[in-house]
Each structure stands twice: as structure tokens, then as C-alpha cells.
Design a protein around this ligand. Structure first.
Ligand SMILES: Nc1nc2c(ncn2[C@@H]2O[C@H](COP(=O)(O)OP(=O)(O)OP(=O)(O)O)[C@@H](O)[C@H]2O)c(=O)[nH]1
Ligand SMILES: [Mg+2]
Length: 460
């Protein structure tokens, strides 16, 4: 994968690439993103006016981008539809239920899109800036950072693998980015462990007095981090601890916190700036330390650049792929008008060639689209399709034969009851029907292909 190719880094000698040439493009890019977002909002409002009792859950799954300053979080976020500087809506690609029933031509999502059974479902992304070593003691944006983190269901740790920024994001050369993975993780565990150990004496006393079980006691402590009893139960099951809680050693507490962080904050490592000449050796080192499933190689700046050029009619770019065609390429391929694309000047031409050499041909894509897919994988999200009519899969609107209009993402191990709450809010539930019109118990756990098409019947 890390084949030897001509090396022409986008930014020479690792300094931050000059922003000037991109400024005009950036402005128009941002304004078009805002335009997209406002049309998304209008579409959302319109659909809300005439469709089912669907409501937004108190909390939908949230993926947080974390990483030291200048690692590329904002650049990555800008690839998605930004709501404000910290938040964006990304679209997750999933297999839609319409494909199972050969109904793809009638599948019309309220949110996102569905093409031939590949559905894009919106998911919220949060840019959590301000993390530096020592954050758990309040350094940098310390506590603010850690507070924001509570809401996250999965983390994307954006790691600068160019080695051109130190642990605090300052320009340097030859920095070892595998260190960032170690200290960032340790900031999170030390924050949680510090809070736990501080109160351990009284936690133990209450545990004994209440004759509580360890899940109850720990969930009381961890609920502030957005934990659930299921997460705590999985944490403890994973460790298989024999001693009762009041006899736990400091080592056991450390192990519990570590296992809890694994469960609560599943993490994807987005190894960013792969366009840089020094990236290879750093990637190899990190690849040896981490589960390969948790790693995605990416170049956020290349993705942003290609999307801008495509928007402005300079290239044809299939997002998430390695395919970039210029006017010349298309003419060569037999499209006489060059696909209606504009001519490129020499500077842009060279830059695109470099980008193909350094990123697309070597790694197969800019990797940014894959970051989200991988995050959803580690989070184990299950798409659930609520329908009004379990036989037609329709939304119940007269004269409308569209199917599977709604899709919600729920976390692994979610029950039918939790899905109902997510979709219907507090409306009283009479019963639930699953595919084939059969009754489904509220305690059933949903999974892909199992109880994932549901019709909620309201009433007492
Ligand atoms: N070479 C290269 N540079 C990149 C890439 N992604 C981002 N950068 C540059 O890295 C610098 C920092 O990027 P940002 O996206 O602002 O970083 P950040 O993580 O949001 O930083 P803070 O907001 O300070 O926490 C900018 O100059 C980007 O242009 C990339 O894929 N390759
Ligand atoms: Mg930023």
C-alpha cells in the first residue's frame, strides 16, 4: 500500500500550505456549503410538515473529531455540510431496506438520499478543539474540551502524520505522531480515573450501605460521561473481575476505567496529511501499534481541494473514489466537449497531478469519506426503518407510494422500545409490528436485518 512513487508533497518542507491561492475558492466553497445547508433545512422543514409523527430524539448519535491543534479537524469537518464552525452533518452510507424488497425505485428518503439501495443517512459531527497534553489538569481548553467530549458516542482522532507539528500543534520537523495517540488517550483516562479515585471512599461506603451491584454503582459515577447501564455492564463483563467492588485495587480501577473508555468512546484514527513526504514512516509505526480496523489514511486538504475544483467546473470528481478527470482527460476518453469542464492553468494542472501521485493512486482515495464509514462501524450503528404501513412500507400519506421515507440510526444493543422512544417521543405505544405484520416485543434487540423495519402503533 505504501508503494514507492515520485514524491512531490503538496506543502514543501512540511510548513503549513500557503492559504492565499485557495482563499477565493474557499470563500465560494463555504458559501455553496451554506447554500446546500439552507436547502437541506428547507427540505427538512417541508418534510416535517407533511409526514409522520417522527420527531428528533433528545440525542442522535454524535461523532466527535478530536486531536491536537493543527492536526486537520476543521479541514476534515469542512468536507461535510457545516452547520456552524464546530458542527456538521455528515452522510453515512448504509444498505437500505428497499434493496431487500426490490423497491429501490420507490425509495424516497425524507433526509439524505438513496441510490440503488445505497442510502445516505445524516449523522452529526462535532469538532472538539483545544486538546493539549495536560488537559485533564485544565491546560489548554482542558475542562471545556473534556466536557464537550461527554456527548460523543465515537471519536475520530485526527492525527497529523506529517510529523510537522509538535504535541501542542506548533510547527516542527520529524515529530513522532504515534506519541499523540498515547497522550490523547491518557488525557481521557486520567480525567475519568481522577474523578473516580477522588470519591472512591464514599463510593465504596454507599455501595456497601445500599447493597448495590457494581453496574449500579459505576453507572452512577459514569452517567455524567453519557454512559448507560448497558455500557457499564459490557465493560465489567469484558474484564471478568472476581473481587467485589469494595476490594478493588488501584490497578483494578485503572483497568475498569480503560475498559470503560474503550466501550464509551470507540475510536477511529484518521491518519491525516498523507500527502506529505514524511507520512509513510509515521504511518508504518502507527499501523504496528493499532488494530488496522481502527485506522483510516486520509488527506483532508486534498478532499476539500478536489471538491472545490469540481464545484467550480474544473474537474469531474467522484467523491470518495480515486477518479478525477480534467477536461483533457475527458477529451482523450472521447467526450468531445471535455464534459463541459473549464481549462486548467499550468499551476492547477501540476497540483492535481501531484495530488494523484501522492494520494489518490497510492491510497485509492482521499480517505475522508471512509473516516465516517469506519466510525459508524466501530460504533456499531444499526439503521432502523420506521414505517406507517408495515405491508406497503409507506408513510401513510395519501397518493404517495414512496417507501422507507425514514431511517434512524440507533446504537448497537438498542431495543425496540428505545427505537420507539426515538421515533415517537413519549407518545403512548399500543403495540409494534415488524416485517410481515407480526407483533414484535418491545424488549427485542434490533440488528441489521432483524426487527429493523418497524411500525409503531400509538394508543393505550
Ligand atoms: N498537507 C496537509 N495539510 C493539511 C491537511 N489537512 C489540514 N492541513 C493543514 O493543517 C493546518 C491545520 O488544519 P486545521 O484543519 O485548521 O486544524 P485543526 O485540527 O482544526 O486545528 P485547531 O482548530 O487549531 O485545533 C492548516 O494549515 C491546513 O491547511 C492535509 O491533509 N494535508
Ligand atoms: Mg480547527
Amino acid at each position: 500500500m505504501l508503494g514507492r512513487h515520485r514524491r512531490t508533497a503538496l506543502s514543501r518542507n512540511g510548513a503549513k500550505p500557503k492559504p492565499e491561492p485557495l482563499d477565493g475558492l474557499t470563500r465560494s466553497f463555504l458559501s455553496s456549503v451554506r447554500a446546500i445547508h439552507s436547502s437541506v433545512e428547507t427540505a427538512v422543514r417541508n418534510s416535517e410538515q407533511h409526514t409522520s409523527a417522527l420527531r428528533r430524539m433528545p440525542r442522535d448519535p454524535l461523532i466527535a473529531l478530536v486531536g491536537k491543534p493543527s492536526s486537520g479537524k476543521s479541514t476534515t469537518l469542512n468536507r461535510f455540510t457545516t452547520i456552524d464552525p464546530q458542527r456538521a452533518i455528515g452522510y453515512l452510507q448504509i444498505s437500505c431496506a428497499c434493496a431487500r424488497y426490490d423497491l429501490s425505485d420507490r425509495c424516497k428518503p425524507n433526509y439524505g438520499s438513496c441510490i440503488d439501495g445505497r442510502r445516505s443517512v445524516p449523522i452529526e459531527l462535532l469538532d472538539v478543539a483545544g486538546l493539549v497534553p495536560g488537559a485533564h489538569e485544565g491546560k489548554g481548553l482542558g475542562n471545556k474540551f473534556l466536557d464537550d467530549l461527554r456527548h460523543a458516542d465515537a471519536l475520530v482522532h485526527v492525527v497529523d502524520v506529517s510529523g510537522t507539528t509538535d504535541a501542542e500543534g506548533k510547527a516542527t520537523r520529524g515529530y513522532d505522531p504515534s506519541q499523540d495517540i498515547i497522550w490523547l488517550r491518557s488525557e481521557i483516562t486520567r480525567w475519568i480515573e481522577g474523578n473516580l479515585v477522588e470519591k472512591w471512599g464514599s463510593i465504596k461506603r454507599r455501595h456497601i450501605a445500599n447493597k448495590a451491584n457494581p453496574v449500579e454503582t459505576l453507572q452512577n459515577q459514569f452517567s455524567g460521561y453519557g454512559s448507560t447501564p448497558q455500557i457499564v455492564a459490557r465493560t465489567l463483563a469484558h474484564l471478568g473481575i472476581k473481587e467485589s467492588l469494595e476490594h478493588w485495587s488501584p490497578e483494578t480501577i485503572t483497568a475498569v476505567v480503560n475498559a470503560f473508555v474503550d466501550e464509551k468512546f470507540p475510536t477511529v484514527f484518521a491518519l491525516n496529511k498523507i500527502d506529505h513526504a514524511d507520512a509513510d514512516k509515521n504511518i508504518s509505526k502507527i499501523a504496528k501499534m493499532q488494530d488496522p480496523q481502527s485506522i483510516v489514511l486520509c488527506s483532508a486538504i486534498s478532499e476539500v481541494f478536489l471538491r472545490k475544483l469540481a464545484k467550480q467546473g474544473f474537474v469531474r470528481y467522484t467523491e470518495g473514489s480515486e477518479f478525477v478527470d480534467t477536461r483533457e482527460d475527458l477529451i482523450e476518453q472521447g467526450e468531445a466537449d471535455g464534459g463541459g469542464l473549464k481549462e486548467l492553468d499550468e499551476k492547477l494542472k501540476t497540483r492535481i497531478e501531484n495530488l494523484k501521485d501522492m494520494v489518490l493512486y497510492r491510497f485509492g482515495s482521499t480517505g475522508v469519506v471512509q473516516v465516517l464509514t469506519r466510525a459508524a462501524d466501530v460504533l456499531g450503528l444499526v439503521p432502523v426503518f420506521p414505517v406507517r404501513n408495515i405491508h406497503s412500507f409507506g408513510s401513510g400519506a395519501a397518493g404517495n407510494n414512496a417507501v422507507f421515507r425514514d431511517c434512524v440510526l440507533v446504537k448497537k444493543d438498542a431495543t425496540v422500545k428505545e427505537c420507539a422512544r426515538k421515533v415517537m417521543g413519549d407518545a403512548p405505544l399500543a403495540y409494534v409490528e415488524g416485517a410481515g405484520g407480526v407483533r414484535v416485543s418491545e424488549d427485542e434487540v434490533v440488528a441489521v436485518g432483524k426487527h429493523d423495519i418497524l411500525s409503531f402503533k400509538v394508543g393505550r
